[in-house]
Design a protein around this ligand. Structure first.
Ligand code: FAD
Ligand code: DHB
Length: 390
């Protein structure tokens, strides 16, 4: 089989890239190890930046989003006894939207079906070849176990943190940076109306907690837990008690409503960047090139920003103009490092390490961010997101 762009991975970055390329008349084939149902059902990120929403709208993916996404002006930051609202619209003139990654994935899947996009699900043994030549290819086994080869002009690795693309950049060429953290998140989805109008990020001596949401009837919560926590250690009652304590149930008349927990999982966190994001005819986008801890809600938005930059670069390259493609890695990495720093900054401001000196620094930083307009605007500018291309 031959196509112009072989895309490895049908997560948000892979499917959005195929959508953007198709809009400019470039043909692609998307290869994915998992089934379509599995990919569409994975519960992950929940917040879209203004620029991600603007992009999705501009390419015809905004209809359901405009009907169902919940625009938020900002977030609450709190620590015991104090809750402060940061209004991003007042501070920087931009807002964010609650719209789950599952919904983005469903919209992308529906659009792919509608245009007849070729997406090959349930493949195995993905391997990338001849990336230094202008005839690269990807081999795999299809769902029936038959060996296949997809030849292309360009291969794009959108295969997340466990896919083979990032390691296809030769060791002598690639450079990586990594930071691990001493804690993980316990993520919980519950059938209960949110107890807040906008997200609450809570610092607490017992550990960080986040109150997020998916709709008027479904809430999403996260609790800081030690690494290697087993889910069995957190029966539902312990989760609700932990959330009530950390989020301040009973303080100033605020109460946390509880409901049936429908999903819970432990998410490790790390920061990781690999550069360059291009080697020969291989380009990397999204989690294949970089991972951020989730505290700043950046992972999905960075994936969108990467492909928004990459699609026009590939369209021009396939017409013989290599300028944007040559600049892709450097341009994308500027935003990647900004988001890497912001995600690390939010993470280390809000998660307790047990060190009393660190605690005082965190509380001082929280007081500064919530009382100084300059401090608040810095957080708002980063959280609500930079314009794409900057
Ligand atoms: P992915 O969504 O990972 O997609 C990669 C795709 O490639 C997958 O479908 C995978 O099955 C496929 N693939 C892998 N290997 C192969 C192969 N060999 N061949 C073919 N296909 C392959 N971000 C936030 O901002 N907030 C959050 O709360 C949040 N929670 C998260 C929870 C979890 C458990 C995870 C893993 C991530 C979370 N993230 C969160 C990050 C966010 O979901 C990602 O940044 C985003 O999914 C990146 O999109 P992507 O398309 O680049 O990668
Ligand atoms: C969600 C996840 C995040 O990492 C975050 O910072 C905010 C919200 C969520 O899943 O709703």
């Amino acid at each position: 089989m031959r196509t112009q762009v072989a895309i490895v991975g049908a997560g948000p970055s892979g499917l959005l890239l195929s959508h953007l390329l198709a809009a400019d008349g470039v043909e692609s084939v998307v290869l994915e190890t998992r089934s379509e149902e599995y990919v569409a059902g994975r519960i992950r990120a929940g917040i879209l930046e203004q620029s991600s929403v603007d992009l999705l709208r501009s390419v015809g993916l905004g209809d359901r989003l405009d009907r169902e996404a919940d625009p938020h002006r900002g977030i609450y930051l709190q620590w015991p006894g104090e809750r402060h609202h940061l209004d991003f619209v007042d501070l920087v003139g931009r807002q964010v939207f609650v719209y789950g990654q599952t919904e983005v994935q469903k919209d992308l899947g529906a659009a792919a079906r509608a245009r007849g996009q070729q997406v090959v699900y349930e493949i195995g043994d993905t391997a990338l070849h001849d990336l230094d030549t202008d005839r690269p290819s990807v081999t795999y086994t299809d769902a029936a176990g038959r060996s296949q080869r997809l030849e292309a002009d360009v291969v794009v690795g959108c295969d997340g943190s466990f896919g083979p693309s990032r390691a296809a950049v030769p060791e002598a060429v690639r450079r990586t940076w990594e930071r691990t953290y001493d804690y993980s998140w316990l993520g919980v989805l519950a059938d209960v109306a949110p107890s807040t109008d906008e997200l609450i990020y809570a610092w607490h001596p017992d550990g960080f907690a986040l109150h997020s949401m998916r709709s008027s009837t479904v809430s999403r919560f996260y609790l800081q837990v030690p690494n290697d926590t087993a889910i069995e250690e957190w029966p539902d009652d312990r989760i609700w008690d932990g959330l009530a304590t950390r989020l301040g149930h009973g303080v100033d008349g605020w109460s946390l409503a509880t409901g049936a927990i429908t999903e819970k999982s432990v998410l490790p966190m790390r920061s990781f960047v690999q550069q360059p994001m291009r080697h020969g005819r291989l380009f990397l986008a999204g989690d294949a090139a970089h991972i951020v801890p989730p505290t700043g809600a950046k992972g999905l938005n960075l994936a969108v920003a990467d492909v928004a930059l990459l699609a026009p670069a590939l369209v021009a390259m396939l017409k013989g103009d290599h300028g944007l493609a040559d600049a892709y890695s450097d341009t994308a990495l500027r935003r990647v490092w900004r988001c890497t720093h912001f995600s690390w900054w939010m993470t280390t401001m809000l998660h307790t390490s047990g060190d009393p000196f660190d605690q005082q620094l965190q509380l001082s930083q929280l007081r500064w961010v919530t009382s100084s307009e300059a401090g608040a605007a810095g957080l708002a500018e980063n959280y609500a997101g930079l314009a794409i291309g900057s």
